[in-house]
Design a protein around this ligand. Structure first.
Ligand code: HDD
Length: 758
């Protein structure tokens, strides 16, 4: 009975077959009648006691943790068994015919163990293979039922559990996090009315306009098929060959070559649904909608040289950052903002809202902030959750609808299809991380790896033997069809609407909306990528495309490649391109964020003879502000401070190289400074912090290191370096405040000298 099952460990309230009698005699509007085991006190206590939740405790009932309890396994205090639950006494030796004899075929324990191991891997995702994920919840600020009947927006303060996976696109599962690439930003909402997957990126536009081109795009960017080179990089001939023959990719290329493609952290990137979607209210009235996720911590990116070095220093840089922030209770947050517009408005826009290579400037349709997403729990198991989670653009819920964007239309097919081979069959929705919290009842049956046990004779509809159940949800269900404005029947056609032919106006909009430092970075990124390209004609063709965007951009890139700008690529349309004013919101620097220096990493370089009092004061001050200070020295052990006390060295320079820190402080102390000034690693630390435009504070004699590497505090143009301080021990307090302010503002690009010729 349901009662008995509820006490058992294997009970699953989400599965139709386990609803017992209630499932056979459903009432209209009935959902899950049996109390879920996650509601019990023991579960809550386990969650609270779990070291996984770090300093903070997720509010009860806000993430699917409770629902996953039914499948959690924990070997603590348990004896070892086979998969059949048979106790295993010896996990060291296989069963042999005599101590030196052959292994017996009957050793089912060995065979089960090896067989399972042999099949441990599943195919990686064909794109977005490398990713990291976390649990959390979305909280709606308002009741949005005038706009949509989607469950997450039904009431102010309503919380919906989410699981979010961030990813790179091109690299394989074990590739580095900090490569130049688009980042995936996929959110699974476990809503009351089924799962809604908002499968977006950290860039609001895409390379191509039609799903027909997706396999070509991916084949071009992935490692070349003959030699599987290069890994996780677009800087090779086939990508740029394809891109230069696809002018529609120009706008996206601008974003991909910008600092957006080398984020400092998953926590400091925006997310976008990219396509135009529809919101539909209970009356069936629809509006168009674009989804934006804005990080509460603000946007921040790496610089390219740093990103390349982090790839070697810590290939898991973003994965570790997300994990550590959540363990520390510094829960990453994003506000969800909507751009709402009608079909009539859309008709007046100078671009087509069904074209995924175009964005809607915030000046044209302002953002309405509607809620906040908080990630507050790390997964228990990478494979079971992060790897097996299956996002599908087809997963929408009543109140959300597609538009006719031809890229989106193709995606609706692709994701469901890919999971079938990746996860081994059509029942991937039953894998715990994918199972909806809303109950599932239908007549779909069987298939590989079926988990639920549907009861009864009836697996068809209409039926009378099952009392007509499960019955159609009727008006309480999906209103998708009603949401579409009536379309006159049209002939089938392979083609594109007129406005899809204009490829450059928004690429130009992006360019003119960047700060000079960001523009320089874009030029340098094109220069780097095309320098790696071996075919001169490809380089030239790409620059001829850029000539349609902006002459300074094209000249900067061509100059870096050693040739003159070729004639601009012919346009695909005679229509005049729309003119846009700069949109400051498109600059990464326009979103400073509001979390100060929380979780930012500061290296305190010190040697023997360091001034312990000042070091400890600075350390405590940074810690109190939420930053992560670390005492860094050439090797591990303890420092003998000038006052005779001892200070633990937390990390060595080789294990914690400069690129892993957001800023550096050189501690005071004559002997300490003299020692560090002779250490190549310490000097390189300062050089790199400077090169990457990070704040540098030298206390007292610590300035020796700076002077040794030629840093005087003046910039090339004769002005003072605004993020570098050399202060006497007595003036530390004031300087530390300025240092912290600079750290909150990330970097001072005024230092940069690469690209000043532009
Ligand atoms: Fe895609 C994965 C985002 C176009 C086909 N895509 C995937 C993921 C993200 C995106 C974030 C990883 C989800 C996860 O973490 O598991 N994709 C996008 C965006 C696109 C886009 C924002 C354009 C606006 N994708 C796109 C097209 C197609 C696909 C046009 C095919 C027609 N994408 C896939 C896929 C993947 C995928 C092959 C690989 C693994 C998976 O789905 O689960 O089906």
């Amino acid at each position: 009975s349901g009662q008995a099952l509820a006490k058992g460990m294997s009970y699953n309230a989400n599965k139709a077959g386990e609803h017992g009698d209630a499932a056979r005699t459903p009432q209209p509007g009935q959902t899950c009648p049996v109390p879920h085991p996650s509601a019990t006190a023991s579960t809550a206590a386990e969650t609270v006691a779990s070291p996984k939740v770090g300093a903070g405790v997720p509010p009860v009932g806000v993430c699917p943790a409770g629902d996953l309890d039914r499948v959690r396994a924990d070997g603590g205090g348990q004896r070892l068994t086979t998969n059949q639950g048979v106790p295993v006494a010896d996990n060291q030796n296989s069963l042999k015919v005599g101590l030196r004899g052959p292994t017996a075929l009957e050793d089912f324990i060995l065979r089960e163990k090896i067989t399972h191991f042999d099949h441990e891997r599943i195919p990686e995702r064909v794109v977005h293979a490398r990713g990291s994920a976390a649990h959390g919840y979305f909280e709606s600020y308002d009741d949005l039922s005038d706009l949509t009947r989607a469950a997450p927006f039904a009431a102010a303060g309503k919380r919906t559990p989410v699981f979010v996976r961030f990813s790179t696109v091109a690299g394989e599962r074990g590739s580095a996090d900090t490569v130049r690439d688009v980042r995936g930003f996929a959110v699974k909402f476990y809503t009351d009315e089924g799962n809604w997957d908002l499968v977006g990126n950290n860039i609001p536009v895409f390379f191509i306009q039609d799903a027909m081109k997706f396999p070509d795009l991916v084949h071009a960017v992935k490692p070349e098929p003959n030699n599987a080179i290069p890994q996780a990089s677009s800087a090779h001939d086939t990508f740029w060959d394809f891109a230069s023959l696809m002018p529609e990719s120009t706008h996206m290329l601008m974003w991909q070559m910008s600092d957006r493609a080398i984020p400092r952290s998953y926590r400091t990137m925006q997310g976008f649904g990219v396509h135009t979607f529809r919101l539909v209210n209970a009356e069936g009235v629809a509006v168009f909608c674009k989804f934006h996720w804005n990080p509460v911590g603000g946007t921040h990116s790496l610089v390219w040289d740093e990103a390349a070095k982090i790839t070697g220093a810590d290939a898991d840089f973003h994965r570790r950052d997300l994990w550590e922030a959540i363990e520390a209770g510094a829960y990453p947050e994003w506000e969800l903002a909507l751009q709402i517009f009608t079909e009539e408005q859309a008709e007046e826009f100078p671009f087509d809202v069904l074209d995924a290579t175009k964005l809607i400037p915030e000046e044209l349709v302002p953002l309405r902030v509607v809620g906040k997403m908080t990630l507050n729990r790390n997964p228990d198991n990478f494979f079971a959750e992060t790897e097996q989670v299956a996002f599908c653009t087809a997963h929408i819920v009543p109140g959300i609808d597609f538009s006719n964007d031809p890229l989106l239309q193709g995606r609706i097919h692709s994701y469901l299809d890919t999971q079938i081979s990746r996860l081994g069959g059509v029942n991937f929705h039953e894998i715990p991380i994918n199972a909806p919290i809303a109950p599932v009842h239908n007549n779909q049956r069987d298939g590989m790896h079926r988990q639920s046990i549907p009861r009864g004779r009836v697996a068809y509809e209409p039926n009378s033997l099952g009392g007509g159940c499960p019955f159609q949800a009727g008006m309480a269900g999906f209103t998708t069809a009603a949401s579409r404005s009536p379309q006159p029947p049209e002939d089938k056609v392979r083609g594109k609407p007129e406005l899809f032919a204009e490829h450059y106006a928004q690429a130009r909009l992006f360019w003119i909306s960047q700060t000079p430092a960001e523009q320089t970075h874009i030029v340098n990124a094109f220069r780097f990528e095309l320098s790696r390209v071996q075919t001169q004609a490809v380089r030239q063709r790409l620059v001829s495309m850029l000539a349609n965007v902006d002459p300074i951009l094209a000249e900067g890139v061509a100059d870096g490649l050693g040739f003159a700008v070729p004639p601009a690529m012919p346009l695909a349309t005679d229509d005049p391109a729309p003119h846009y004013e700069p949109s400051p919101a498109l600059s990464l620097l326009s979103r400073p964020g509001s979390v100060g220096i929380q979780t930012r990493k500061v290296a305190i370089l010190a040697g023997h003879g360091v001034d312990a009092v000042s070091l400890k004061a600075v350390y405590a001050d940074l810690l109190a502000a939420g930053a992560v200070p670390r005492v860094v020295a050439p090797q591990l052990g303890q420092l003998a401070a000038a006052d005779g006390s001892r200070i633990d060295i937390e990390i060595s320079i080789e294990a914690g190289p400069p690129v892993l820190y957001d800023a550096v402080i050189v501690a005071d102390g004559d002997t300490s400074a003299a020692m560090l000034s002779r250490d190549a690693g310490a000097l390189d630390f300062i050089r790199q912090q400077h090169l990457h435009c990070k704040p540098i504070l030298a206390i007292g004699s610590g300035k020796e290191l700076l002077l040794k590497v030629g840093l005087t505090g003046d910039l090339e143009d004769g002005t003072a370096d605004a993020a570098l301080w050399m202060v006497d021990a007595g003036a530390v307090d004031a300087a530390l405040e300025q240092f912290k302010a600079a750290l909150a503002g990330h970097r001072d690009f005024k230092r940069e000298t690469d690209g000043v010729a532009l």
